[in-house]
Design a protein around this ligand. Structure first.
Ligand SMILES: [Zn+2]
Length: 299
């Protein structure tokens, strides 16, 4: 008896549509040619899949689509330009604004948080006999989270000499934005959890406890990350330093292990001890004669 013939693979219409969506990322003057190339790749994949050439056609197709989206994105934003943006202080501000917009959209304009603020307003004005237990529980956890955050900043803040006023302003912005975003996300996340499990008391309590434990932990670790990120920025242009090079040795007393980083704009280099000693960082400013070596071609 002959083995059953392989089932013909269906034409990937959905994936063709996804390639069409990806093509919107490509600049208009290259879009038609780019889409024709991707459609041809998809068609060739389909022919091979029908012949049974791929042991896992789904995985191959997913890879094809991933490559198409990545390539389309690279056409829109070249890797060098993205790297430069990612390391810039502007990226911090834009990402914080983007996260705030997404949070507001996902939570109906932070409806539960606004409700809590109104409740606090009524309570403080003593205009009505309102329930204060919900407010007290949130205020307590916010106080715990902010106490953890403040302790983290006291213990791990950058050295006072780490940069100009603009560096401190960026650091302050990051700390305030992270605290506000994580606090609102925690409040809205808790409200969404309670709305999803209105009937099961056990699940509600478990979820509330879990979120309450996660909140100070997330805030503390984010502030530590912000401090680490900040001390790796150029104190002049506030861009992230690049090209890390390991120097020194653990066996040497006079030359301990450290990482040396450079500002891509040529403002200087930073030596950061590997022993997590932020205060031990050493900034070496370069004069203007070095600038020509670092200047890269505009993206
Ligand atoms: Zn710089």
């Amino acid at each position: 008896m002959d083995p059953p013939a392989p089932r013909p693979f269906r034409r990937p219409v959905l994936h063709q549509a996804l390639v069409a969506v990806a093509s919107l990322l490509v600049p208009r003057h290259d879009r038609a040619a780019w889409r024709a190339r991707q459609d041809r790749r998809l068609f060739e994949w389909w022919l091979l899949a029908e012949r049974g050439e791929f042991p896992r056609p789904g995985a191959e197709l997913a890879q094809l689509l991933r490559e198409a989206f990545t390539h389309a994105w690279r056409q829109r934003v070249p890797a060098e330009r993205f790297r430069k943006w990612w390391g810039s202080p502007l990226a911090v501000i834009e990402l914080a604004c983007g996260a705030a917009a997404i949070l507001a959209l996902a939570t109906g304009g932070c409806a539960y948080t606004r409700g809590l603020i109104r409740l606090a307003d009524v309570l403080l004005a003593q205009r009505a006999d309102v329930r204060s237990d919900v407010l007290a529980a949130h205020a307590f956890m916010l106080a715990v989270g902010w106490a953890v955050g403040a302790t983290t900043l006291v213990l791990r803040h950058p050295p006072m000499s780490f940069g100009r006023l603009s560096a401190w302003a960026l650091y302050l912005f990051q700390c305030i934005a992270a605290t506000a975003l994580i606090s609102v996300a925690w409040i809205e996340g808790g409200a969404a959890w309670r709305a999803c499990f209105p009937l099961s008391e056990g699940t509600r309590v478990l979820g509330t406890l879990l979120l309450s434990a996660l909140y100070p932990a997330a805030l503390g670790s984010t502030l530590i990350w912000i401090t680490k990120d900040q001390v790796r920025r150029c104190p002049v242009c506030l861009h992230r330093l690049e090209m890390p090079v390991s120097i020194g040795s653990w066996s040497s007393v006079f030359n301990p292990p450290a990482t040396e980083l450079l500002c891509a704009e040529g403002h200087g280099s930073l030596v950061l001890p590997d022993a997590e000693d932020i205060a031990g960082r050493q900034w070496i400013a370069l004069d203007d004669s070095w600038r020509q070596l670092f200047r890269h071609t505009p993206a």
